[in-house]
Design a protein around this ligand. Sequence first.
Ligand SMILES: [Zn+2]
Length: 504
Amino acid sequence: MSYTALYRNYRPLKFSDMVGQEHITRTLKNQVIADRVGHAYLFTGGRGTGKTTSAKILARVVNCLNPKDGEPCNECEICKEILDGSLTDVVEMDAASNNSVDDIRSIRDEVNFLPTKAKYRVYIIDEVHMLSAGAFNALLKTLEEPPEHVKFILATTEPQKLPMTILSRCQRFDFKRIPESDIIKRLKIICEDAKINIDEDALKTIAILSEGHMRDAISILERCSQENTENITINQVKELVGLPSVEHIKNLAEGILSNDAVKSLEAVDGILKDGKDLYNFLWEVIKYFKDILVYKATQKIELYSEEEANEIKKLADQTQKQRLLNIIYTLSDLENDIKWSSQKTIMFQTGIIKLCQTKEVTVKEVIKEVVVETPKIAKKEEIQPAKSVETSGNKGAEDVWKKVIGSLKTSGKIRLYTCLISSKINEINDLVWEVEFPNGLTDFNKRILEDVNNKNDLMKEVFKLTGKEIHLRYKDLKESSNNPNTNTSSNSINNLGIDINIIE
Ligand SMILES: [Zn+2]
């Protein structure tokens, strides 16, 4: 089954099938029952929150021959024709690709004719903020004096880009991010129906990763189910989206908290043998201690399997808050310090040993001792270039990029983080950096990278660290090297490279 198939097959056909938007579906149903449906609606909200699905249900129910309790029957002739897209009275239009004055004028001329078969002509205009200024004016004229037999449903992720004149003529409904519990509920129904076996904590992880977007949740589920026919586990979900296994991290945390240097160093060796990046690993460790601390303070825990969560609870119970805070600060210092060291591994291992030996030592002290005890390292340290982010060349860009990726993670932007974790930065010049994806980019990742909010988050992070207006360009190395003739219609950001401008 393809991604589209699963998403399409389980698109809700009734308002009551929708989850997380009860405040909207209730009102719409009541309007239908009372026969007080408006002539123009504006549905706003993030991707995958149900705007288009609701618009389609509304288009059917106002035309359905046998509506019941404000819901379409989905079985009468009209409903069926709308469902298979053959009824010309219901027009779905994507404003991103039909944004000219002429496109809207053709609607304006058309609305004067009576519907061919249904009671109402319904125009669903998706991403309506993409219309040109001229097109908005043409649309406004139609909205000002709409014929009785016409309904408009406008949908957008960016309502702030719409002219006030349009906003004031529509009934506006704001679609919320869907709560995790509702996403899980819906995924369960789909899994049951599609005979997909999945663990409870794997479902929960998908719900957290989808960040309130049902479509993304279904997309992750789809990809998991394609790779695994038996039973989907939390580790498979994590592997698929690129979250590392917590086994080594847990061992290291246990080692540090029980002052066991041997165990700690074994965990570090395990990571190094796996070829994992030391810097990323350190971020994971800091995050893990932060999660222990968060659990201690709030009793909340996310993104871990039941077994892993129990480990965290155990460690939280055994440790004082202050000790956890000290470890987090020390590891954060260590992170800064190994950044400029030419002996990263030694520095890292020494820092870990010291953490095991004493509860109060700071890394600054650790490093001082290392420098004194091993003059060779000190010497190499001295011949390093300027210890500042202003360092020119790719090294500076790489370090900034690692920081950016790390801070996405700590600030909870997990999807963007997992998209970028294997990316490499290539400093083209002072103002342009190319973000390279050696493993390629999936459609899912592309959508995340194209998301306006995500772009803004990324811009801000780079600006914070560099203070410069750097343009980021995405490059899918797999696609450009293996498949230069790929159809670019749906891959606009791969080969052409989309610039992101830093907004102050
Ligand atoms: Zn019907």
